[in-house]
Ligand binder design. Structure first.
Ligand SMILES: O=C(O)CCC(=O)C(=O)O
Length: 279
Protein backbone atom coordinates (compact mmCIF):
# COMPACT_ATOMS: atom_id res chain seq x y z
CA UNK A 1 0.00 0.00 0.00
CA UNK A 2 1.56 3.38 -0.95
CA UNK A 3 1.81 5.86 1.88
CA UNK A 4 0.09 9.16 1.11
CA UNK A 5 2.25 12.04 2.25
CA UNK A 6 3.10 15.52 1.13
CA UNK A 7 6.47 17.21 0.79
CA UNK A 8 6.66 20.78 2.01
CA UNK A 9 9.78 22.80 1.04
CA UNK A 10 11.54 24.49 3.98
CA UNK A 11 13.78 26.71 1.90
CA UNK A 12 14.33 27.61 -1.77
CA UNK A 13 17.85 26.11 -1.93
CA UNK A 14 17.67 23.15 0.43
CA UNK A 15 15.40 21.37 2.89
CA UNK A 16 11.87 19.95 2.90
CA UNK A 17 9.67 18.13 5.38
CA UNK A 18 7.53 15.08 4.79
CA UNK A 19 4.05 15.49 6.26
CA UNK A 20 1.36 12.87 6.80
CA UNK A 21 3.64 9.84 6.69
CA UNK A 22 1.88 6.93 8.39
CA UNK A 23 4.44 4.63 9.98
CA UNK A 24 1.79 2.03 10.80
CA UNK A 25 1.60 1.42 7.02
CA UNK A 26 5.33 0.62 7.04
CA UNK A 27 7.75 1.67 4.35
CA UNK A 28 6.95 0.07 1.01
CA UNK A 29 9.51 0.38 -1.77
CA UNK A 30 7.08 2.71 -3.51
CA UNK A 31 6.98 5.01 -0.46
CA UNK A 32 10.77 4.96 -0.16
CA UNK A 33 11.14 5.65 -3.90
CA UNK A 34 8.94 8.74 -3.50
CA UNK A 35 11.00 9.80 -0.48
CA UNK A 36 14.15 9.34 -2.55
CA UNK A 37 12.76 11.55 -5.33
CA UNK A 38 12.10 14.26 -2.72
CA UNK A 39 15.54 13.75 -1.17
CA UNK A 40 17.39 14.14 -4.43
CA UNK A 41 15.42 17.31 -5.16
CA UNK A 42 15.59 18.96 -1.71
CA UNK A 43 18.91 17.44 -0.54
CA UNK A 44 17.89 17.29 3.16
CA UNK A 45 14.54 15.82 4.15
CA UNK A 46 12.86 15.96 7.58
CA UNK A 47 10.62 13.05 8.64
CA UNK A 48 8.61 13.23 11.86
CA UNK A 49 8.81 9.59 12.99
CA UNK A 50 8.86 9.37 16.81
CA UNK A 51 7.73 5.72 16.81
CA UNK A 52 10.34 4.51 14.33
CA UNK A 53 11.94 1.26 15.52
CA UNK A 54 15.65 0.41 15.04
CA UNK A 55 14.57 -2.29 12.54
CA UNK A 56 12.63 0.27 10.50
CA UNK A 57 15.60 2.67 10.66
CA UNK A 58 17.78 -0.09 9.27
CA UNK A 59 15.23 -1.00 6.55
CA UNK A 60 15.15 2.60 5.35
CA UNK A 61 18.95 2.60 5.24
CA UNK A 62 18.96 -0.67 3.27
CA UNK A 63 16.68 0.87 0.67
CA UNK A 64 19.14 3.71 0.04
CA UNK A 65 22.25 1.56 -0.24
CA UNK A 66 24.58 -0.65 1.78
CA UNK A 67 24.58 0.43 5.44
CA UNK A 68 28.06 0.81 6.88
CA UNK A 69 29.47 0.02 10.30
CA UNK A 70 30.86 3.45 11.08
CA UNK A 71 34.63 4.05 11.11
CA UNK A 72 34.80 5.59 14.59
CA UNK A 73 31.42 6.04 16.33
CA UNK A 74 29.95 3.34 18.65
CA UNK A 75 26.82 1.47 17.55
CA UNK A 76 23.65 -0.18 18.91
CA UNK A 77 25.29 -3.62 19.05
CA UNK A 78 24.32 -7.10 17.94
CA UNK A 79 22.08 -7.06 14.89
CA UNK A 80 22.20 -3.26 14.75
CA UNK A 81 25.91 -2.60 14.22
CA UNK A 82 25.00 -0.31 11.32
CA UNK A 83 23.03 2.00 13.64
CA UNK A 84 25.58 4.44 14.99
CA UNK A 85 25.25 6.38 18.23
CA UNK A 86 26.38 9.98 18.53
CA UNK A 87 25.94 10.77 22.22
CA UNK A 88 27.37 13.85 23.89
CA UNK A 89 27.62 11.82 27.14
CA UNK A 90 30.20 9.62 25.39
CA UNK A 91 32.05 12.73 24.25
CA UNK A 92 30.83 12.38 20.66
CA UNK A 93 29.72 15.35 18.61
CA UNK A 94 29.83 16.56 15.03
CA UNK A 95 30.29 20.31 15.38
CA UNK A 96 32.18 20.76 12.14
CA UNK A 97 31.21 21.24 8.51
CA UNK A 98 31.75 17.96 6.70
CA UNK A 99 30.60 15.38 4.20
CA UNK A 100 30.36 12.06 5.98
CA UNK A 101 33.72 10.26 5.81
CA UNK A 102 34.94 11.99 2.68
CA UNK A 103 38.39 10.58 3.48
CA UNK A 104 37.17 7.21 2.11
CA UNK A 105 37.55 6.32 -1.60
CA UNK A 106 33.74 5.87 -1.89
CA UNK A 107 32.15 7.82 0.95
CA UNK A 108 28.55 7.20 2.11
CA UNK A 109 26.00 8.66 -0.29
CA UNK A 110 23.09 9.11 2.12
CA UNK A 111 22.82 9.49 5.92
CA UNK A 112 19.71 9.30 8.10
CA UNK A 113 19.93 10.59 11.67
CA UNK A 114 17.20 10.49 14.30
CA UNK A 115 16.98 12.51 17.53
CA UNK A 116 16.73 10.25 20.62
CA UNK A 117 17.62 12.60 23.48
CA UNK A 118 17.65 16.38 23.07
CA UNK A 119 18.80 19.24 25.27
CA UNK A 120 16.10 21.68 26.51
CA UNK A 121 17.15 23.97 23.66
CA UNK A 122 19.96 24.21 21.12
CA UNK A 123 21.68 21.30 19.38
CA UNK A 124 20.36 22.29 15.95
CA UNK A 125 21.99 20.83 12.84
CA UNK A 126 22.72 22.81 9.67
CA UNK A 127 23.15 21.66 6.08
CA UNK A 128 24.66 23.55 3.14
CA UNK A 129 23.53 22.96 -0.42
CA UNK A 130 26.85 22.49 -2.22
CA UNK A 131 25.02 22.39 -5.56
CA UNK A 132 23.46 25.82 -5.04
CA UNK A 133 26.79 27.13 -3.73
CA UNK A 134 28.48 25.81 -6.87
CA UNK A 135 25.81 27.35 -9.14
CA UNK A 136 26.43 30.75 -7.53
CA UNK A 137 30.13 30.83 -8.52
CA UNK A 138 31.20 32.86 -11.53
CA UNK A 139 31.79 31.02 -14.80
CA UNK A 140 35.50 31.86 -14.52
CA UNK A 141 35.77 30.28 -11.06
CA UNK A 142 33.84 27.21 -12.25
CA UNK A 143 36.24 26.95 -15.17
CA UNK A 144 39.24 27.25 -12.80
CA UNK A 145 37.96 24.46 -10.53
CA UNK A 146 37.24 22.16 -13.44
CA UNK A 147 39.62 19.18 -13.22
CA UNK A 148 41.13 20.11 -9.83
CA UNK A 149 41.21 17.54 -7.02
CA UNK A 150 41.70 17.94 -3.28
CA UNK A 151 42.85 15.67 -0.47
CA UNK A 152 40.42 14.64 2.28
CA UNK A 153 42.09 13.40 5.47
CA UNK A 154 40.65 12.02 8.71
CA UNK A 155 43.59 13.12 10.84
CA UNK A 156 42.84 16.86 10.95
CA UNK A 157 39.67 16.64 13.07
CA UNK A 158 41.25 13.98 15.29
CA UNK A 159 44.16 16.31 16.04
CA UNK A 160 41.70 19.12 16.82
CA UNK A 161 39.71 16.76 19.09
CA UNK A 162 42.89 15.82 20.94
CA UNK A 163 43.76 19.48 21.45
CA UNK A 164 40.30 20.05 22.96
CA UNK A 165 40.59 16.95 25.19
CA UNK A 166 37.60 15.49 23.31
CA UNK A 167 39.40 12.16 22.70
CA UNK A 168 41.92 10.13 24.62
CA UNK A 169 45.44 9.86 23.24
CA UNK A 170 44.83 6.12 22.77
CA UNK A 171 41.73 6.72 20.61
CA UNK A 172 43.59 9.44 18.69
CA UNK A 173 46.45 7.03 17.88
CA UNK A 174 44.02 4.27 16.88
CA UNK A 175 42.27 6.52 14.37
CA UNK A 176 45.38 8.26 13.06
CA UNK A 177 47.12 4.92 12.52
CA UNK A 178 44.31 3.95 10.12
CA UNK A 179 45.79 6.65 7.87
CA UNK A 180 42.58 7.35 6.01
CA UNK A 181 42.85 9.91 3.23
CA UNK A 182 41.71 10.19 -0.35
CA UNK A 183 41.96 12.51 -3.35
CA UNK A 184 38.55 13.57 -4.73
CA UNK A 185 37.54 15.91 -7.56
CA UNK A 186 36.61 19.31 -6.14
CA UNK A 187 33.45 19.34 -8.24
CA UNK A 188 31.30 16.22 -8.43
CA UNK A 189 28.37 15.52 -10.73
CA UNK A 190 25.29 14.12 -9.01
CA UNK A 191 24.52 10.72 -10.60
CA UNK A 192 20.75 11.30 -10.63
CA UNK A 193 20.25 15.02 -11.23
CA UNK A 194 23.44 15.72 -13.19
CA UNK A 195 23.89 18.85 -11.03
CA UNK A 196 27.44 19.84 -10.12
CA UNK A 197 28.35 20.22 -6.44
CA UNK A 198 31.45 21.46 -4.67
CA UNK A 199 33.10 18.56 -2.87
CA UNK A 200 35.23 20.18 -0.16
CA UNK A 201 34.86 20.82 3.56
CA UNK A 202 36.88 22.76 6.14
CA UNK A 203 37.02 19.60 8.27
CA UNK A 204 38.50 17.00 5.97
CA UNK A 205 39.92 18.85 2.96
CA UNK A 206 43.58 19.58 3.61
CA UNK A 207 44.86 20.89 0.28
CA UNK A 208 44.37 21.08 -3.46
CA UNK A 209 46.59 18.79 -5.48
CA UNK A 210 49.17 20.58 -7.63
CA UNK A 211 48.95 24.05 -6.02
CA UNK A 212 51.47 25.75 -3.76
CA UNK A 213 50.28 25.51 -0.10
CA UNK A 214 49.58 29.25 0.09
CA UNK A 215 47.57 29.12 -3.17
CA UNK A 216 45.61 26.11 -1.97
CA UNK A 217 44.90 27.75 1.42
CA UNK A 218 43.63 30.92 -0.27
CA UNK A 219 41.34 29.15 -2.74
CA UNK A 220 39.94 26.83 -0.07
CA UNK A 221 39.40 29.72 2.38
CA UNK A 222 37.45 31.59 -0.31
CA UNK A 223 35.34 28.53 -1.20
CA UNK A 224 34.56 27.65 2.44
CA UNK A 225 33.47 31.25 3.13
CA UNK A 226 31.39 31.27 -0.06
CA UNK A 227 29.60 27.98 0.80
CA UNK A 228 28.80 29.11 4.33
CA UNK A 229 26.70 32.01 3.09
CA UNK A 230 23.39 31.87 4.95
CA UNK A 231 21.36 31.59 1.75
CA UNK A 232 22.73 28.12 1.06
CA UNK A 233 21.95 26.83 4.59
CA UNK A 234 19.03 24.90 6.08
CA UNK A 235 19.03 24.85 9.92
CA UNK A 236 16.90 22.22 11.65
CA UNK A 237 15.53 22.65 15.17
CA UNK A 238 15.03 19.05 16.27
CA UNK A 239 11.94 17.57 17.93
CA UNK A 240 12.31 14.17 19.57
CA UNK A 241 11.88 11.45 16.96
CA UNK A 242 12.65 13.67 13.97
CA UNK A 243 14.77 11.97 11.36
CA UNK A 244 16.70 13.94 8.77
CA UNK A 245 17.86 12.15 5.64
CA UNK A 246 20.51 13.93 3.62
CA UNK A 247 22.34 13.45 0.37
CA UNK A 248 26.09 13.45 1.03
CA UNK A 249 26.72 13.90 -2.68
CA UNK A 250 25.27 17.40 -2.55
CA UNK A 251 25.43 18.73 1.03
CA UNK A 252 27.77 19.24 3.96
CA UNK A 253 26.47 19.45 7.54
CA UNK A 254 27.36 20.71 11.01
CA UNK A 255 25.75 19.93 14.41
CA UNK A 256 25.92 23.00 16.64
CA UNK A 257 27.50 22.35 20.04
CA UNK A 258 25.71 24.92 22.24
CA UNK A 259 23.96 22.71 24.81
CA UNK A 260 26.67 21.74 27.33
CA UNK A 261 26.17 20.33 30.01
CA UNK A 262 22.95 18.77 28.65
CA UNK A 263 22.81 15.46 26.83
CA UNK A 264 22.09 15.07 23.11
CA UNK A 265 21.91 11.60 21.57
CA UNK A 266 21.34 10.76 17.92
CA UNK A 267 21.02 7.41 16.16
CA UNK A 268 22.20 7.40 12.59
CA UNK A 269 22.83 5.18 9.62
CA UNK A 270 24.86 6.00 6.54
CA UNK A 271 24.97 3.97 3.37
CA UNK A 272 27.39 3.25 0.59
CA UNK A 273 26.35 3.34 -3.04
CA UNK A 274 24.65 0.32 -4.56
CA UNK A 275 23.62 -0.43 -8.15
CA UNK A 276 20.16 1.03 -7.45
CA UNK A 277 21.61 4.22 -5.97
CA UNK A 278 25.01 5.05 -7.54
CA UNK A 279 27.71 7.25 -5.96
O1 LIG B 1 24.41 15.18 15.32
C1 LIG B 1 23.95 15.58 14.26
O2 LIG B 1 22.97 16.31 14.16
C2 LIG B 1 24.62 15.21 12.96
C3 LIG B 1 25.61 14.17 13.21
C4 LIG B 1 26.46 13.85 12.03
O3 LIG B 1 27.33 14.60 11.65
C5 LIG B 1 26.21 12.61 11.33
O4 LIG B 1 25.24 11.90 11.67
O5 LIG B 1 26.96 12.30 10.40
Amino acid sequence: MPNHFTVHPLGPAIGAEVLGLNLADGFSNETLSQINVALVKHEALVLHVPHLTPSQHLSIAQFFGTPEVHTFYPNLGEGFEQLTIIDSKLGDRADMWHHDESFLPSPPIVTMTQAQILPPCGGDTCWISMTTAYDALSDRMKHYLDGLSAWHDMNGPMTAALRHNAVTHERYLQVVNMSRRHLHPMVRVHPVTGRKALYISPTYTTHIEGLEPSESDAILAFLHAHCQHIRFVYRHRWQLGDMVIWDNRSVIHHAILDYTPHQRRMHRASVFASDAHPA
